[in-house]
Structure formats: C-alpha cells, structure tokens
Design a protein around this ligand. Sequence first.
Ligand code: GLU
Length: 420
Amino acid sequence: MKEQLLSDPVFGMAAGQFDRVADFLNLNQSVRERCKWPKRILTFSLPVHMDDGRTEVFFGYRVQHHLSRGPVKGGLRFHPKVNVGEVAALAMWMNWKCSLMGLPYGGGKGGITCDPRDLSMTEQERLTRRFAQEISPFIGPEIDVMAPDVGTNSQHMAWILDTYSTREGRFVPEVVTGKPVELQGSEGRTQATGHGVAFLATRALNKLDLPVAGATAIVQGFGNVGSYAVETMNAYGMKVQGVSDVSGAIWNDKGLDAFKLREHVAQTGGVAGFPDSEPIDPDEMLLRECDVLVPAALERVITEKNAAKLRCKILAEAANGPTTQPADAIIEERGDIFLLPDILCNAGGVTVSYFEWVQNLQRFSWSKVEVLTKLETKLNQAFENLLHFCEQNKCGTRLGALAIGVDNVARVKQTRGLFP
Ligand code: GLU
C-alpha cells in the first residue's frame, strides 16, 4: 500500500513535504512513521441506475488520515481524475490544516471518480445517496464529518444528511457541514473559503506596505472558492483583472465584477465569452504582473515550468496543493513572493465548518456577521502565529505552516503513546 500511495504524484508531493518537515522538526522515527500514513483507506463500488436505464458502477474513496485529535474532517470531491492517492494526499493536508488552525479534528477527504457535468441532478442524487449509505457505518458526528469540495455543494451535503438521518431514525445535522442554511447549515459557510482567501490577501498586502484599494489580482478557477474570493476582493476595492476556468481565461484591465461573472457562468457554463472582457491564454494569464495571484482550482499548477516566471507579489493558494515541491524551491530561492500556503490560505472553509458543527451540537445559530468576524479573528491569529514562527525559525511560510500543523499532531501521538 505504501508503494501504491507513493507512486501517485499528488501523494508523493504531500509525503515529500511531510518528510521535509519531519526532518526540520527532528521527529523521532516512531512518531514520524505514525504521522505520515493514513489510518483508514476506504474504497466503495457504487452501482447507480442511470437515467437511460443502464447501471453504472462508480468508485468512491474516503481516507481518514488520523483520529488522534478528534473526528476526521474534510470535503467530498466529484471529479474525473479522483483516485485513492490524490484523496490520501488531500486527507493528509486537511490533517495539518485542522491542526494549524487549532481545530479539534483530524484530516479526511473523500472522492468519487465521476464527471458531474455529465450527470443529471437525479443521477448525482442517486450516486451521493448510495455513497452515503455505503459509508454510513464509518462516519458520524464524532467519527468523520464530510463537507463540500470540488464538484460538490450544499445540495450533496443535504442528501448525505438525509440518507444518514433516515438510517439513524433521527435528524443528525452535525454529520456533515456546508449544508443548506434551512437544514441547520451555518450562515457564511458558502463564502467562507473565498472570504478567507481575500481577507488573508489583504493581511499580506498590509505586511508588504501595499494599499488594498486598487491592488490587482488574478484568479485561476471560478468555482465556489474562486468566485467568492473575487466577490470579497471586489468588496475590498481590489481589481481582479484576470479569471480563468475550464472554459478559458478572460481579462479586463479595469477589473471583473463577481456578480455579473457568476450570472454569465450560470447561463453559459464557464467564464469564456464574458461580455466585459477579452479572451487570453490561461497559462499566460498566470504569468501576468499582479499584486495577488490566486490559484483556486486543482493541484500542481505552479510547477518548475512557470515558477521562475511568475510576476505576482503575493501567491495566495486557495486550492489544495497548487504548488509542486520543485516550484516551491524556486519560489523560496527567489525570495520576492509572499507565499500564503494552502493549509492557511484556504482554511476559512474548514474553520466555518467547525463553527457549523459547534452550532449544530448546541442546536444554536449565529448570524453571518458573527461567523465572519470569528473567522477573521481565527485566520488573523493563525497568520500572525505563522509569521512569528517563521521569523524565529528563519524559514519560509510553507515549511512554517506545515511544521506548526505536524508538530501539534506529533505531540498528541507522542503523549497518547503506542498501543499495545
Ligand atoms: N473541502 C474544503 C477543504 O479542502 C473544506 C473541508 C471542510 O469544510 O471540512 O478545506
């Protein structure tokens, strides 16, 4: 299994980052080994009735990296490229993310290999419910709490809640987060990840003594995270000049409007062809000059091929794992880019998921202002702690963030001991 995982490029990247941090922290061999490998790797075959009468079998995965600090927390992804190695890598990153943010969770991630754009909503419902039914014995509010990720949203969480609650014979909203608000989802959860990305970008601008109003940005990806990052940056008076998604990339020197662009995407399925813009090459877009570059799509898009050519002042990693290790080394060597590492930059989502779970457990609800204020306080604390750690240890923010995250987990492992 170790070899199989390591042969996946995304897991290889997460494991490589871990090894570097473990060396930096001087972790002893026992704790290092226990921290690195996932606790549970679950695979499900999911037979589904398709609309045309055929039965199709999909494969779904859930990796629970650790249960040492609390229940496992993390998203469920629908994407054609999902495989067990990628899911295991994303689970490991969730682990360090929850730990870095001081949330009482281990990391988890799930995925179903499918292209949601080719599935009708009824097919997606049957697929999600089948997955929820199969995985029910292995999840629960104190075991594993899922949330939306690439290709899923609050509706998918509602189906999981309904399937799980039906099986339990009672309403269990705290089994998932990122639910619709009428099903006890939290106010502010939908925009939380993008809001956090934009908020942290302003904190980085402050540190660089650059004004927020008029600061320029480029965003790769216009899903939930990218679109709310653009919306919040617009609200801060920043100018988002370039946006891309699977349909292509668009540019407007004066800035793009999140609301109008979202409407266009709802009508046409992508950002391409947006009236107030000119089309550009998506790869070239990443290399244009800007204050803040936001990769908000998938893994491994900043590589050794483009890292030396980036012309941003801040790299705000809204996606999980967007920068490969060789690219990291180039960015560190350059020393002229302020890196907001993924496990901090996109932690707004899981932080508000934690708030949602806490509200659910208390059968209580907070207002949107309360939620977003609490979120900003938590992100700001983690940001300042990280900068302090990096200054003290003379290290970059990638290594620093991972080191804080891994160190908390390692201490817990050490203190709990090894049974038997
Ligand atoms: N899928 C999101 C992430 O990668 C959120 C996870 C959650 O809210 O549990 O951080």
